[in-house]
Design a protein around this ligand. Structure first.
Ligand code: FES
Length: 134
């Protein structure tokens, strides 16, 4: 079942990402979703070089040209289209992608076996929506 993250219009082309909490392999982590080249893409907020969050300010993942996702720690660059490392100390690594789709004016995440919502469905579960990135 999909998890609605945000409205489509919340993600501007080349703009800030929405950052949201997940459980990755059972551990608390963060992920982000952003729009670049008209496509909505989502990755775990975890650099391949050192497993740390990459945004220097929450939601700021893109370089000045809005072309690559850049880690603020040592400058690893990733292709937003597929998460592949294209420069810097990330070698042959690749960001961990999350499956997202745009449908009905909303951006929906489809969790995998290993990357799950923090709150599973239930009567008391808070809405696991993506926090606006300010
Ligand atoms: S931690 Fe991301 S480039 Fe080093």
């Amino acid at each position: 079942m999909g998890v609605v993250l945000c409205a489509s219009e919340a993600l501007e082309e080349g703009g800030k990402a929405c950052v949201f909490d997940v459980l990755a392999w059972g551990q608390p982590a963060r992920a982000f979703v952003l729009r670049v080249d008209a496509a909505v893409v989502s990755y775990l907020n975890r650099c391949v070089h050192v497993p740390t969050e990459m945004d220097w300010q929450e939601g700021q993942f893109l370089d000045g040209d809005r072309r690559f996702i850049v880690c603020s720690i040592h400058g690893a660059s990733y292709d937003p289209a597929d998460g592949r490392c294209v420069g810097g100390p990330c070698g042959r690594g690749r960001l961990t992608a999350l499956s997202v789709r745009e449908e009905g004016g909303q951006v929906t995440w489809y969790p995998s076996e290993h990357i799950r919502p923090v709150f599973e469905d239930g009567p008391d579960a808070p809405a696991p929506a993506c926090a606006p990135a300010g």
